[in-house]
Ligand binder design. Structure first.
Ligand code: N01
Length: 553
């Protein structure tokens, strides 16, 4: 029970799994604070989500000014973004640059998956079992079990692709691609091909227009229509860039005082109730043209303001799509703006005006199965050469549960989270001492700027670790009542967000059949979250249980 290894001495102090925004910074912080640290990454390079999601059109929709690191002046000063919405390749290159600048690349074993992590009650150590890619294993015998005192799973919130819940997926004889796992070893050529795309979330909305530019024809299989609003894309503003470079530390501090860990480039100046009908419409038009329609009013979060914005975007969809029947089907009617992640594109709806693009509305004619030659719906069989699955992720808890994790007294994470994820402040779980889960459930997560969150959470984690070190390598985990309180607070904060609890979305696990329904994103805002973390550090971790140092460490 909880006996991971007979070894009493750790191989290293800290293990970091994953090398996206959080993982790179965690490795840098561990080393800077004098720990012996190792990293494991299943990809052959750094980047995390920005490594894998390399489908055509993949780009960020948070402004590059702020979707970046601020912990190192030189990283801020030496990097030049080419666009306010950087593309996938550029962001991955940026992360490689940051990792090299910090000198942490050599700490990472690439092509290596972490299979299990087992805590020992006797030694207080975590045994991390890794599986190197077969080729690498043959060359180096690289499968290992490595013991550490602190384990950081910087594995991201959207890194476990959802298995498509469609009959016959494997029967298809043509080419099959997943946006979440785009091939690296070839350039996918859609020219002259009949392509089907399943899924119209953020990934589908980005990939569909790119494929439509070259494919013979594209069938878009849409189950739920989504809000898609104009992007922030465009040339960087040199004045903003130089102001950020002046004092990156101050920028970092300011971002943590905002609601979303971000500085919106624009926001409506008026409150919703200050304006009459004509004033509201003018504000909405200005915001649409200015690429900030979701923030058209100062208090856009009010249900009535949100309803007005939702209606306005519905109207825009009808204007942008020429065929009224297609437009009608593209209009989201079953949830308000923000109930699902709002997608961004400047060309998505216009794509449906092209003669080679056809919308298949799955609410009317559901998919029955994927066949050898295409997709059969209740109305027809559509022959295809290529199918692209933009069907999303087993988000938040999925990546954690994909690793076989065992904590105190033999308790597995699968048991602990049988009714959905439980944790405190989105980072630690009762019964799993010294295990840290940045970017997982119950943090501001995707309702915030993930780059700001990565830095903030890793700082919080290392403040915790340093505090423990000052107490002789003690171990810590949150009390059960603390995480119950935090889950309740997360739920209460969601009640104030229009559509959060009434929409079927991946935020609550509703996209994965059989997944427990728990709203997994903290909606109380970044500042409030950051303040709660700081209060724990300053108050000596009152919501946690401190376990004495294990005899051997
Ligand atoms: O995944 P999704 P995603 N039959 O879950 C449909 C981030 N991101 O990869 O809505 C038919 O949003 C599903 O339909 P429905 C961002 O946080 C950011 O697009 O469940 N359809 C939906 O349309 C985002 O939210 C960026 O009815 C099926 C789609 O597949 C998150 O990643 C870019 C189906 C899945 O949409 C995930 O986005 C990309 C089925 N069996 C991603 N199963 C940027 O920064 C699923 N669907 C820009």
């Amino acid at each position: 029970m909880g006996k991971a290894s007979d070894k009493m001495i750790p191989d290293c102090d800290v293990i970091v799994v994953g090398s996206g925004f959080a993982g790179i910074y965690a490795l840098r912080e561990a080393r800077r604070r004098g720990f012996h640290v190792r990293g494991f990454e299943k990809a052959p390079d750094v980047g995390g989500t920005w490594y894998w999601n390399s489908y055509p059109g993949a780009r960020c929709d948070v402004a590059s000014y702020y979707y970046a690191y601020f912990f190192d002046r030189e990283v801020v000063r030496q990097w030049n973004w080419s666009n306010v919405c950087a593309g996938q390749e550029e962001i991955q290159r940026y992360l490689r640059f940051a990792a090299e600048h910090c000198g942490i690349v050599d700490l990472i074993s690439f092509n290596t998956t972490v299979r299990s992590a087992t805590y020992s009650d006797d030694t207080g150590l975590w045994a991390v079992e890794t599986l190197a890619k077969e080729t690498l294993a043959k060359e180096t015998g690289a499968n290992e079990t490595v013991l550490c005192r602190y384990l950081i799973l910087a594995i991201g919130a959207l890194s476990e692709p959802k298995t498509p819940d469609i009959e016959g997926v494997q029967n298809f004889a043509g080419e099959m691609y997943f946006t979440s796992y785009w091939p690296k070893d070839k350039v996918v050529d859609f020219r002259g091909k009949r392509v089907g795309v399943i899924g119209t979330g953020s990934s589908g909305v980005q990939v569909i227009p790119e494929v439509a530019k070259v494919a013979r024809d594209v069938h878009v299989f849409q189950r739920t229509a989504n809000y898609v609003v104009p992007t922030l894309a465009g040339p960087m503003n040199p004045a903003i860039v130089s102001s950020l470079r002046e004092n990156p530390d101050a920028v970092r501090g300011k971002l943590r005082q905002t609601y979303g860990g971000n500085q919106p480039l624009n926001i409506g100046k008026h409150r919703f109730h200050e304006l009459d009908e004509a004033g509201r419409l003018a504000a909405l038009e200005r915001a649409w043209e200015g690429h900030y329609v979701a923030l058209a009013f100062w208090d856009a979060h009010l249900p009535e303001a949100n309803a007005a914005i939702s209606d306005f975007v519905r109207g825009k969809i009808r204007e942008l799509v020429r065929d009224p029947r297609t437009a009608h089907r593209l209009v989201p009617w079953d949830h308000p703006l923000g109930g699902k992640r709002v997608c961004q594109s400047d060309i998505y709806f216009q794509t449906f005006n092209e003669p080679n693009v056809k919308l298949v509305c799955l609410r009317e004619t559901p998919i029955e199965s994927v066949t050898r030659d295409g997709i059969t719906t209740s109305a027809e069989t559509i022959p295809l050469d290529v199918i692209i699955y933009a069907t999303g992720f087993d988000a938040m808890s999925g990546p954690v549960l994909a690793i076989d994790i065992t904590g105190m007294n033999g308790l597995s994470m699968k048991q602990a989270w049988a009714d959905g994820p439980m944790n405190y402040l989105g980072t630690m779980v009762n019964g799993f001492p010294n295990l840290f889960l940045p970017s997982s459930a119950m943090s501001p997560s995707v309702f915030s700027n993930m780059a700001t969150l990565a830095e903030q959470q890793i700082d919080f984690i290392f403040d915790t670790v340093s505090w423990l070190e000052e107490r002789g390598s003690a171990r810590i985990h949150p009390r059960a009542d603390s995480q119950k309180r935090w889950r309740e607070e997360t739920l209460q904060s969601a009640k104030r967000r229009p559509g959060a609890l009434t929409t079927k979305s991946w935020y609550s696990g509703a996209n994965v059949p059989g997944k427990p329904r728990v709203f997994m994103v903290y909606c109380g805002g970044f500042k409030r979250y950051h303040d709660a973390c700081s209060a724990e550090v300053e108050g000596g971790f009152p919501s946690y249980e401190l376990l004495p140092p294990a005899v051997s460490t």
